[in-house]
Design a protein. Structure first.
Lengths: 213, 64
């Protein structure tokens, strides 16, 4: 077995893939991920693998058996807080990523305080009402931030119907905007991952200063 | 004429609230952008839609 590479070795490998200039932007970036379910856990892993230097993970919940069909946790982590479990998993992949976690429920009253430290925010909640609450709250109170939200990835419809749309200058929406889990169509790993990948990729494009979709 | 979610609608003069009441949107699940700026929920009753406005109503669905 190989020993774990040094921070410098890992950075060099990323620079070989992304180029030094782009990797420097990724390394210096800070992104908040609100909700660590099927969207948030996959977004976090994509961003960590790309070498995003600072990830803020926010969720109040624990890992449950019903999460394992699509969320990036292990059976051995059932019962752990998602913040702790995901941090553990991210550090297994990239030991040098800076992970800051907040085990708390995001509400209208703490949103500004929790999210003011990062320039880019991912909305990755499960519940439609909470998605709307966070989006309204961020756009009203933190208008300079970039917000990348996910809506519509339930069920077995084509992966091709999931898109990224720029709704406003700082607000992007990923998903098909119609497939609602409350219609009883379930959530399937691959389609949730497509939406998470759209969100993660838009975040990386924003960091790269490529703002169009 | 006003553009709402890409469609031309003749609703200038209505408030955001009046327009939303005439639709199936559930206020709990939406965010409203007017000319690329968020409309705070407590201003839905006050803001009058003007000719030429571009409005986006985003209605969120569950799952994540």
């Amino acid at each position: 077995m190989h020993s774990i590479p040094t921070k410098e070795e890992m950075l060099l490998a990323l620079e070989e893939r992304h180029g030094k200039e782009l990797q420097s932007k990724f390394s210096n970036a800070s992104v908040s991920i609100c909700g660590l379910g099927g969207l948030g856990s996959n977004i976090a892993i994509a961003l960590a693998r790309a070498g995003v230097g600072n990830l803020y993970l926010i969720d109040f919940d624990r890992v449950e058996l019903s999460n394992l069909n699509r969320q990036q946790y292990f059976a051995s982590q059932l019962g752990m807080y998602k913040t702790d479990a995901l941090k553990e998993n991210l550090l297994q992949i990239i030991p040098y990523v800076n992970v800051i976690s907040h085990t708390v429920r995001i509400t209208e009253s703490n949103t500004k305080e929790l999210l003011k430290g990062t320039d880019i925010i991912c909305e990755a909640f499960d519940c439609a009402e909470e998605k709307a609450m966070l989006v309204n709250c961020v756009l009203e109170n933190l208008p300079d931030k970039y917000l990348v939200s996910g809506s519509g990835m339930a069920g077995m419809s084509s992966a091709n119907s999931i898109k990224t749309r720029r709704v406003a200058k700082h607000f992007y929406l990923c998903g098909d905007e119609t497939s609602d889990v409350s219609d009883g169509i379930g959530l399937v790993s691959s389609r949730v991952m497509v939406c998470a990948a759209h969100q993660a990729h838009m975040v990386l494009r924003i960091i790269a200063e490529e703002f169009e979709v | 004429m006003v553009k709402i979610n890409g469609n031309d609608c003749d609703i200038s003069g209505m408030t955001i609230s009046q327009y939303l009441k005439a639709t199936d949107y559930d206020l709990k699940f939406i965010a409203v952008e007017r000319n690329e700026e968020i409309v705070p929920k407590d201003q839905y009753d006050e803001i009058i839609i003007q000719n030429g406005d571009v409005i986006e109503v985003v209605s969120f669905v569950g799952g994540g």
